[in-house]
Design a protein around this ligand. Structure first.
Ligand SMILES: [Zn+2]
Length: 418
C-alpha cells in the first residue's frame, strides 16, 4: 500500500471511529427523567418513546455504517475497482460511455446494498414508533422515480464532466465548475415546479384564518412570495416540517399537512417567521456562495489528483482514467469533507439562532415560537439531550434547549448577562 492508500484508509477509519464515539456519548447522555423545561409539552410516555427512538436509530445507524465500511474495504482490498475497470473496458465502448458504466454500476451496487436498510428503517423502525405512513407501493415508486431522475440528470452531467477532463486540458476544472454551478442554480427553479411534484402533491393553502395570518405577516416584513402551499407529507410519514423553496419572486412557503393539523395559527406564523428570517438575514445566498466555492475547490483539486499515478496504484488500477480518478478522488476527499463540515454546521447553527431572533423581533411572540418548537420536537420524538460532541459533528440545528434559552434571552435580556 502506498501513501495515498494509507491516507484514505486512515481517513475512513478515523471518520468511522469519530462517529462511533459520538454515538456512544450521545446514548450515554440520555437522561432518564424528563427535563423540567419540557414538562408542559412532553408527557412521560412520549419522553420514554423519544429516548427509545434515539437508541434504536443510533444502533441501526451503527450497523449500517459498519456494513458499509466493511463492504467498501473488502471490495477495495480484493481488487474490486481494478476488476470492474477491466470488465467495462472489455466492452470496448467509447471512453465516456465506459466511464458512465463504471460509475453507474458502483452507484447501482451501493443502491442495492442500501435497499434492505431502507426497507428496515421505514417498515420496521418508523412503523414501530408510529411514523410510517408509506405503503410498499409508494416506497418502490419513490425508488424508481429517484433512479429515473438520477439517470436523467446525473447521467448527462457526469458525461459532461468526464468530457471536460478528457478533452479541455488545464482549464477543465473551470468548465466543470461553471457547469455544475449553472445546474445547481437551475435546479432551484426546477425542483419546486417539476421535481418535487413528482413525489408529493402541493395544494395552495385554502382561504381562511391561517392563510390571512401568514400573508399579513409576510406583508408586515415586506416579504414577497409566490404562494403558500400545503404538501401531503402525511402520505409518507406523520413527522412534520415546513420549508421554503425558490428565490426572488418565486419563493414559496411549503407547510406539511401534518404541521398545519398539529399547530395553532399563531404557532404556524412564528414557524414561517423563522423561515423568512433565513431569507431576510441573507442565509440562502451565503450558503449558496459557500457551496459554489466548495465546488470550485473540489474540481481544482480533482484536476491535480487526476495526474497522480499513486492514487490509481493505491486501488490496484493500472491504467489511469478520468472516471476511476473521479471515484478515488471522492474517497481521498473524505477527510477534507469531514473537516469542513464541522465549521459549516456551526455556521448553520448560528443561522438558526439568527432566524429565531428574527421571528421573535417581528412577531413579538417568543412564547408562541417556543411552544411551536416544543410541539414539533414532541411529535417528531426528537432527542432533547444530545451530547455536545454529537451536536458538533452532526447537527445543523442547535439543540432545542439552547434555542429556547436564546429565545427567552432575546425576549427579556437579563442585565446580569449582558
Ligand atoms: Zn431554520
Amino acid at each position: 500500500m502506498n501513501v495515498y492508500g494509507a491516507v484514505i484508509l486512515a481517513a475512513l477509519l478515523v471518520e468511522y471511529i469519530l462517529n462511533v464515539v459520538a454515538d456512544v456519548l450521545n446514548l450515554r447522555n440520555l437522561q432518564p427523567n424528563l427535563p423540567e423545561a419540557f414538562a408542559d409539552t412532553f408527557d412521560e410516555d412520549e419522553y420514554t418513546q423519544s429516548q427509545a427512538y434515539t437508541r434504536v436509530r443510533t444502533r441501526f445507524g451503527l450497523l449500517r455504517s459498519t456494513v458499509g465500511l466493511t463492504v467498501l474495504l473488502a471490495f477495495w482490498f480484493a481488487g474490486g475497482f481494478a476488476w470492474l475497470d477491466g470488465v467495462v473496458r472489455g466492452w470496448e465502448l467509447s471512453r465516456i460511455v465506459t466511464g458512465l458504466f463504471f460509475i453507474g454500476l458502483l452507484i447501482g451496487a451501493q443502491g442495492v446494498l442500501s435497499l434492505p436498510f431502507a426497507l428496515y428503517s421505514t417498515f420496521v423502525i418508523e412503523e414501530r414508533f408510529g411514523f410510517n405512513e408509506m405503503t410498499l407501493g409508494t416506497f418502490v415508486l419513490d425508488r424508481l422515480k429517484g433512479l429515473a431522475l438520477g439517470v436523467a440528470i446525473g447521467g448527462p452531467l457526469l458525461a459532461a464532466l468526464l468530457w471536460f477532463f478528457q478533452h479541455t486540458g488545464p482549464y477543465a476544472w473551470i468548465y466543470a465548475w461553471l457547469t455544475v454551478t449553472a445546474i445547481m442554480l437551475l435546479l432551484q427553479y426546477v425542483a419546486p415546479r417539476i421535481l418535487m411534484p413528482l413525489f408529493n402533491d402541493f395544494e395552495p393553502l385554502e382561504e381562511g384564518e391561517l392563510r390571512e395570518a401568514l400573508l399579513e405577516y409576510a406583508d408586515s416584513v415586506n416579504f414577497t412570495l409566490d404562494d403558500i402551499y400545503v404538501m401531503d407529507g402525511s402520505r409518507r410519514s406523520s413527522k412534520s416540517n415546513a420549508f421554503f423553496t425558490g428565490f426572488g419572486a418565486n419563493r414559496r412557503i411549503v407547510l406539511f399537512d401534518t404541521l398545519v393539523e398539529e399547530q395553532s395559527v399563531d404557532e404556524l406564523v412564528t414557524v414561517v417567521a423563522h423561515e423568512m428570517g433565513h431569507y431576510k438575514r441573507h442565509h440562502i445566498p451565503q450558503r449558496m456562495a459557500i457551496s459554489v466555492l466548495q465546488t470550485g475547490v473540489l474540481f481544482l483539486l480533482l484536476s491535480i489528483f487526476l495526474q497522480v499515478e499513486g492514487l490509481f496504484e493505491a486501488f490496484y488500477v493500472e491504467q489511469m482514467s478520468v472516471y476511476t480518478g473521479l471515484v478515488f478522488f471522492g474517497l481521498l476527499y473524505t477527510p477534507v469533507d469531514l473537516l469542513l463540515s464541522v465549521p459549516l454546521q456551526a455556521w448553520s447553527r448560528r443561522h438558526e439562532y439568527e432566524a429565531d431572533a428574527f421571528a421573535v423581533e417581528t412577531t413579538g411572540r417568543p412564547a408562541t415560537l417556543i411552544s411551536g418548537l416544543k410541539q414539533l420536537a414532541a411529535s417528531n420524538l426528537a432527542n432533547l439531550t444530545p451530547h455536545p460532541f454529537y451536536v458538533r459533528l452532526h447537527h445543523s440545528h442547535p439543540p432545542l434547549r439552547e434555542r429556547i434559552q436564546q429565545i427567552q434571552h432575546i425576549a427579556s435580556p437579563s442585565p446580569a448577562q449582558s
